[in-house]
Design a binder for this molecule. Structure first.
Ligand code: SF4
Length: 246
């Protein structure tokens, strides 16, 4: 799990356990929201939009512009953190046995600032280097998703620009699940991907509020309360019967 403490004492998480449903819709207090000095975006907020797994653009837009009182997570975060740490430890041992030098989590933390002042930040689980080979890997304990690929691709795009062990190097990517590892080749870093990244950063980090798309499917997993988002859908839609179609 990746965390970032910023100017206030609030802590935000880069990633959450998959399908992490908050405990309640939560009428949290919106008066405690703090506007960030610069729009700030975690890579995981980008990757879900880039992959088309989230339709509500307003949620990441709000997160990027404000620190807010989150709806408490209903997930077993301690269990998820332990599982993730175990997967990372196992992967690290395998790579070191193969002769790689391994950098983990905080050692790979980066923040890119664009010309618009928008900050994009990430913390890849693993960077592994052996001679000319450089891999960035992310460990996933949940169900494989398309956004996993986009997340790793954004790391591959970003890290060569960051001062440190990846500066100026070409990275290959990999997603490590409990039962398999999936390669993310550098050949996927084409112009379309770069343009999608640029447009998504500007959409989420730009001054205009992005499109709000309330739906039961997304709202029930959203950590933004009804106080901050009055359109939040808190009741599951009913089923329709008596239609005669089947
Ligand atoms: S509660 Fe629903 S509509 Fe509101 S920001 Fe979250 S996902 Fe979007």
């Amino acid at each position: 799990m990746s965390t970032k403490a910023d100017a206030s004492t609030k802590v935000v998480y880069e990633s959450q356990p998959p399908s992490c449903q908050p405990q309640a819709s939560g009428d949290r207090d919106s008066s405690t929201n703090l506007e960030r000095p610069h729009p700030f975006i975690w890579v995981t907020w980008l990757s879900k939009l880039m992959a088309g797994e989230r339709q509500c653009q307003w949620a990441p837009w709000f997160r990027s512009h404000y620190e807010w009182d989150k709806v408490p997570s209903g997930c077993d975060l301690a269990r998820w953190t332990a599982d993730h740490a175990e997967l990372l430890r196992t992967r690290r041992a395998i790579l070191e046995a193969q002769g790689f030098t391994v950098y983990a989590e905080d050692q790979n933390s980066f923040t890119l600032t664009g010309t618009t002042g928008i900050e994009v930040s990430g913390k890849p689980d693993i960077v592994a280097i052996r001679g000319q080979e450089v891999y960035v890997e992310d460990c996933k304990t949940g169900t494989p998703r398309h956004s996993d690929h986009l997340q790793v691709l954004v790391y591959m795009l970003s890290l060569p620009h960051v001062q440190g062990h990846c500066k100026g190097r070409q990275l290959e990517g990999r997603i490590v699940y409990k039962s398999m590892a999936v390669d993310v080749p550098s050949s996927r870093l084409d112009n379309d991907l770069r343009e999608l990244f640029r447009k998504t950063v500007r959409l989420i980090g730009g001054p205009e509020p992005a499109k709000k798309v309330p739906s039961w499917g997304e709202c029930r997993y959203c950590d933004i309360s009804k106080a901050n988002c009055p359109e939040r859908i808190v009741v599951r839609p009913g089923t329709t019967s008596g239609h005669g179609l089947f």
